[in-house]
Unconditional design. Structure first.
Length: 130
């Protein structure tokens, strides 16, 4: 089975498993199943899960509510990785349990930065001349 098409797109299976993992982690965080003071006191949003082509590694992009205490939340997630990997492995029926890697989702910050640039006076001036 080919994991990537010739255009570089991910396979449907890879995307489906990534979405499954995202839903499972979101449910775990919403229920407060992780017994960690930092994670119980912060709402954590799982924005995306990217699976490796062999489905053995998952990069989990997270964002704490309002971006507050991001570094502390990421550290708590990394501390509880073993528990979270076990939970995901029991709920996703796969041959191998995926190793989870938690990263802060920077896409919101990038979007805000781009929006700020597009609304700047210099860009508005350039667009008015067109």
């Amino acid at each position: 089975m080919v994991q990537k098409s010739e255009t570089g797109e991910k396979s449907v299976r890879t995307l489906r498993v990534g979405e499954q993992v995202r839903h499972i982690l979101s449910e775990i965080f919403a229920r407060g199943d992780v017994h960690d003071d930092v994670l119980t006191s912060h709402m954590v949003s799982v924005t995306e899960v990217r699976m490796s082509p062999d489905l053995r590694h998952a990069t989990v992009f997270v964002k704490p509510l309002l971006g507050k205490d991001e570094a502390v939340v990421i550290k708590a997630l990394r501390t509880n990785t073993a528990y979270l990997q076990r939970e995901v492995a029991t709920r996703v029926k796969m041959k191998y349990a995926a190793k989870l890697k938690f990263l802060a989702d920077e896409s919101f910050d990038e979007g805000t930065h781009i929006d700020t640039i597009l609304r700047s006076e210099q860009v508005a001036r350039d667009l008015d001349g067109a």
